[in-house]
Design a protein around this ligand. Structure first.
Ligand SMILES: [Zn+2]
Length: 284
């Protein structure tokens, strides 16, 4: 699943290839990939003759501003990918939406699991009004608004497992399973730690690590943009050098202890029982 660094990499790629090019047409191959407007045909017609002027990102949402100040929003969810094709190619089996540009290029939304969504939002409406979850997102984790204090407030007021809290987009916008597991390892915090037991020092360390891990992810993803807007990273590979993610049964890179996997709120968590003890950190 693409997380903040992968979506940011896609955003940067889209800025390089799509800006200023009018959309001359399109095609919706799966109606449920379009969340707004209701009719797929209206979605396509609303975008016709508009050009992309800017791509922004909020959490895992991509937001394209168009030349009439309307907005195209895309959420890749589990398996969505955006492909940039400069020569005509027939749609592949998982193609859901196609945008044809005046230059003959095509922007294509491919989504095997079909959870990804596109919204077209008219100029008089703000994206946060049309998409309620955008309005409740935490501040961007790499912005100054994402402070230790903000993170602490979001963590200590709910009693739940730390890993579950980190995946909550109102706590850390753009966080997903991979970067959450890696952040917890580098912070020495067990994924099942109850959030209300965390000390200020632990939260400050976690805050610092989250920002570092996301920055490193962006730096790693940003190097592979070519014809395909999505790099390999969009499939969830963390540079091939994960500390714990996907490494259950293997030796911890720090202490050699076997990495374990635990299910919390339906999601897998990977952790080192020695580097991330549950008992010693509790009750402090
Ligand atoms: Zn270890």
């Amino acid at each position: 699943m693409p997380e903040l660094p992968e979506v940011e990499t896609v955003r940067r790629g889209l800025e390089v290839v799509t800006l200023g090019q009018p959309i001359v047409g399109g095609e919706v191959l799966l109606a449920r990939s379009i969340a707004l407007p209701d009719r797929p045909q209206t979605f396509i017609e609303s975008l016709r003759d508009r050009a992309f002027t800017q791509w922004q990102r909020r959490g895992k949402y991509l937001l394209a501003t168009l030349s009439d100040d309307s907005c195209l929003v895309i959420h890749l969810r589990m398996s969505g990918q955006l492909l940039w094709l400069t020569t005509p190619q027939p749609p592949c089996p998982h193609t859901r939406v196609r945008w044809f540009l005046a230059t003959g290029a095509e922007l294509r939304f491919v989504d095997q699991r079909t959870f990804g969504r596109c919204w077209w939002i008219p100029a008089h409406c703000r994206p946060e009004q049309a998409i309620p979850t955008l309005a409740t997102l935490a501040p961007e984790p790499l912005s100054e608004a994402f402070t230790v204090r903000f993170l602490a407030e979001r963590l200590v007021h709910h009693r739940r497992a730390l890993k579950t809290a980190l995946l909550d987009q109102t706590v850390v916008a753009g966080m997903g399973n991979i970067y959450a597991d890696e952040s917890l390892f580098l912070s020495g915090l067990h994924p099942a730690l109850p959030t209300h037991t965390l000390t200020t020092e632990q939260i400050a360390r976690l805050h610092q690590v989250i920002r570092r891990v996301l920055k490193e992810g962006i730096a790693a993803g940003g190097t592979t943009i070519r014809t395909f807007v999505t790099p390999q990273g969009v499939n969830g590979h963390y540079g091939g050098q994960a500390w714990v993610y996907g490494r259950q049964g293997k030796a911890c890179r720090v202490c050699g202890t076997t990495i374990e996997r635990l299910r919390l709120a339906g999601r897998s968590s990977h952790y080192c029982p020695r580097c991330q003890p549950l008992s010693s950190a509790m009750g402090r």
